[in-house]
Design a protein around this ligand. Sequence first.
Ligand code: 4NP
Length: 153
Amino acid sequence: MSQKILMVCLGNICRSPLAEGILQSKLPKDKFIVDSAGTGEWHVGKQPDSRSIDIASKKGLNIAGQKGRQFSQQDFENFDYIYVMDGSNYKDVMRLAKNEQQKSKVKLLLNELFPGENVDVPDPYFGLQNGFESVYDMIDQACDVIAEKLLKK
Ligand code: 4NP
């Protein structure tokens, strides 16, 4: 059976679509399912932000086919690992968890890279294109660590 990983941010149009595309590109498709969602509902059904599509495309990934969706309670049952981009996403997702087993699935993405430091992937939505470049690089490095761990199991 496939292992399932969910990437979560606020809007599901900037950070988590990148995280979905990046982690997917590092794992074999027959063994892993990677998806993304936002805690907010504003961008449901929308394509990722054009700046995320552009930076992904520059790095050789096509994320233009993704569609925004909102995180739901059901995701705790459907996914084995839930990675959130920042502390605010962490609080929002944890608030929906029903029990300790569900809570234990939720991790801050950059803690894979900087264990225990609780560093956020900054929200690049209101910033400039170079914000997307640095966000891409952070997510990419964290996904290297995650992919290595998952492939070892
Ligand atoms: P994301 O960025 O959480 O990385 O997708 C955002 C996108 C849109 C909004 C906030 C964050 N917004 O407020 O519309």
